[in-house]
Ligand binder design. Structure first.
Ligand SMILES: *Cc1c(COP(=O)(O)O)cnc(C)c1O
Length: 693
């Protein structure tokens, strides 16, 4: 397992794609090698704009298309700004006639490269409508539109041989100059991007090279025939894009918003840079060097566009902080460290199964799962089907085991998403087996917790389950219910559970039944028991770097807490002796008291008794007692004696501040609960700050 590193492949490739676009408009090899230049500008370069559309579709799908309107507005604003930037050029070139101006604004774009904006502005609402039909119906419709567009683009020589088709396309060309504008190009790539989000399509790099070769042959063949009216669309292009996108998605983790923004500006500004370079070359009489040398011309354009764009996005003023109120900080390297430490405790053949139920114990399920997958974890456990599907949709591969109950009526979903279901008792097994869908299951054994599972002593039922149709029994497990405890009778009880578990497995083996993957240890099973030669150990709480409470454990491991909880001070005031504060006049000042109000309350997931049980927070590395009743959205702090407390100051409820630390275990214990409950109840109003380095 390696330490986690973010690699925002999608955003990095946007930089490459913007270089492709500059290449199309400068022809880097035109003064050296015609065939090479043809390939770069007419084949390779043509991957760029579809890629931009696909990333847009991908991000729209990621947010369930809910941000369609706001994204559309952003594109509109960018289009207006770009049109204003190029207005002087258009005026200078005399590009205005009444009819063609409307056509330019709505379809062709107000400067030659700006066709992208009307296309995306038309494409987004259209794709949103189409996606309501489900991608399976939407994609073929978009593909048909693309094929129609293709007939008016690089296959024009073929379609124009039929007079009715020619008529049809001439009607279209009244509205837009090329078929890549308008309806025919953007929807397919937006939806393919969305498809990339919903399926983890896995195509190899060989697939990409084959498709690119196909596209090269297609382009040269069509050009030899003299078919293209324009060359933005090829049959091989969507296939190429699918391969490329899935390759990038596989490498992708995290995002680089600055690079994404810079590429938008590179796209908008590069034709302006071209004009500028040409003007300068003319003025200094350097055309032969700066313009006629195509490579230098290309590099100069790249350099100037990149420079200007990065200057625009590297604002000297700080970006607004999204965490004005209350937030959790999630330390992903700590998570990967814990996974490594826990894995090292296990028997060499035993794999760590990461337990991600309840939004990864409040830590944020999808990013946690992705980070773990990147650092080598291949098995995951959740509580229910909804969580399991969300993981698959986020591109999590490997085993996903549902530890809780899923009704047999959902068997189809289990099969479709390749999710492994626990059998909670014999009748559950029978009902699941009676469905038509082949599903993977693990058999839960009840060895004494009496929560889920077939009783370990019901051997007949257990062996029958292994022969049921439609069920592929991949594993068998049990859950220990007293392994946290060091009390003698609990230790005896745990040993009884383990003996019953292995006894049943032995019986299966002697009767020639292969039990499948065996597992029984959760976090405290790892911490309090020796390493067993099983196949999995299911770690939840320990993976997040904390214990359930501060009871001692057998193996004190070097685990790092992953979550810190922070909020801010909103106002500071002084109370005279005898004055009250908070609901029910719960607090009364005995001496002059400085009171600060912090922006977190029980609606953010803190238990309401947090304020009455001797809890404190850290402020400027010092201790500030929580006083009065905890409110829904705020809490009161006694900050008497702490220097210079001002609104906006950060308080730490769980975590480190200037050398001091508040452990989750202590807070949970004071509130009369365990960290598992404290964290899994954290509210979704909290922001999340991801620490990835
Ligand atoms: C929640 C759960 C786990 C993880 O427990 P931790 O104590 O958090 O490691 C493991 N197995 C089952 C069956 C569970 O329900």
């Amino acid at each position: 397992m390696t330490r986690l590193k973010q690699f925002p492949a999608i955003d990095y490739f946007r930089l490459i794609a913007s270089v492709f676009v500059i290449a199309i408009h400068t022809g880097p090899l035109s003064s050296y090698w015609n065939a090479g230049n043809f390939w770069i500008t007419r084949v390779l370069g043509r991957l760029a704009v579809p890629f931009f559309f696909m990333t847009t579709g991908y991000f729209l799908a990621q947010k369930q298309w809910r941000n369609g309107k706001s994204l559309w507005k952003k594109f509109l604003i960018l289009y207006v700004i770009s049109s204003l930037i190029y207005l002087p050029c258009n005026l200078y070139l005399g590009n205005f006639h009444s009819a063609s101006t409307l056509q330019a604004i709505f379809f062709d774009g107000t400067f030659y490269h700006l066709w992208y904006f009307p296309a995306v502005l038309l494409g987004i609402p259209l794709s949103i409508q189409l996606s309501k039909l489900g991608l399976r119906a939407a994609l073929p419709i978009a593909a048909v539109l693309y094929l129609i567009g293709l007939g008016g683009d690089s296959y024009w020589g073929g379609t124009s041989q039929t007079s009715s088709l020619t008529c049809f396309y001439h009607v279209l060309f009244n509205f837009f100059t090329y078929t890549r504008n308008g309806l025919f190009f953007a929807p397919l790539f937006l939806l393919l991007g969305a498809w990339g989000w919903s399926r983890s399509v896995r195509w190899s790099s060989a697939g990409f090279l084959v498709c690119l070769l196909g596209m090269t042959c297609e382009a040269s063949f069509l050009h030899t025939l003299g078919y293209p009216r324009h060359d933005s669309m090829y049959l091989f292009l969507p296939l190429c894009m699918l391969c490329l996108f899935s390759l990038l998605l596989r490498a992708n983790s995290g995002e680089q918003v600055r690079i994404r923004k810079a590429t938008v500006w590179i796209y908008i500004l590069h034709p302006g840079c071209i004009l500028l370079i040409r003007a300068v070359a003319k003025y200094w009489n350097l055309q032969s060097l700066m313009v006629e040398n195509s490579l230098l011309y290309f590099f100069l354009t790249c350099a100037l566009s990149f420079l200007l764009s990065f200057l625009i996005i590297l604002r000297p003023w700080p970006a607004p902080c999204p965490t004005q109120r209350a937030w959790k900080e999630i330390n992903l390297p700590a998570l990967c460290h814990n996974a490594f430490v826990l894995q090292a405790q296990l028997h060499p053949q035993c794999q760590l199964m990461a337990v991600l139920k309840a939004d990864a114990y409040g830590h944020g399920m999808v990013p946690i799962a992705r980070a773990l997958q990147k650092s080598g974890i291949q098995a995951f456990a959740v509580a229910c089907l909804k969580e399991a599907i969300a993981l698959r949709k986020a591109g999590i591969r490997g085993t996903i085991l549902i530890l809780g109950y899923t009704p047999a009526s959902q068997a189809r979903e289990l099969a479709r998403w390749k999710i492994t279901q626990s059998l909670v008792d014999e009748s559950h097994a029978l009902l699941l087996s009676a469905q038509k869908h082949k599903i993977h299951v693990h058999l839960a054994l009840d060895t004494g917790m009496h929560r889920l599972g077939v009783p370990a002593e019901a051997y007949e039922a257990i062996s029958r389950i292994y022969t049921l149709p439609n069920l592929q029994v991949d594993g068998i497990f049990t859950h220990l219910c007293a392994v946290e405890s060091k009390k003698t009778d609990h230790i005896v009880y745990t040993q009884k559970q383990i003996d019953a578990f292995f006894c049943t497995i032995e019986k299966l083996r002697t009767n020639g039944i292969h039990p499948g993957k065996i597992h029984f240890q959760a976090s405290y099973g790892i911490l309090n028991l020796p390493a067993y030669p099983t196949q999995y150990a299911r770690a939840g709480i320990a993976l997040y770097g904390i214990y359930s409470n501060s009871e001692p454990v057998q193996k004190k491991l070097d685990l790092w807490p992953v979550l810190s909880l922070k909020a801010r001070i909103s106002t500071v005031r002084t109370l005279n002796p005898g004055e009250f504060a908070g609901y029910g006049c719960e607090f009364q000042a005995q001496a002059p008291t400085t009171l600060a109000v912090a922006t977190i309350g029980y609606a953010d997931g803190l238990p309401r008794n947090f304020s009455k049980t001797g809890n404190y927070v850290l402020l400027h590395g010092q201790r500030a007692n929580v006083i009065g009743q905890l409110c829904m959205d705020q809490m009161l702090l006694d900050v008497t004696g702490i220097n210079q407390v001002v609104p906006g100051d950060i308080i730490t409820i769980v975590g480190r501040d200037a050398g001091r630390m508040i452990c989750a275990e202590t807070v949970a214990e004071k509130c009369g609960t365990i960290t598992n409950e404290l964290f899994s109840r954290l509210g979704n109003r909290l922001d999340t700050v991801w620490i990835s380095q």
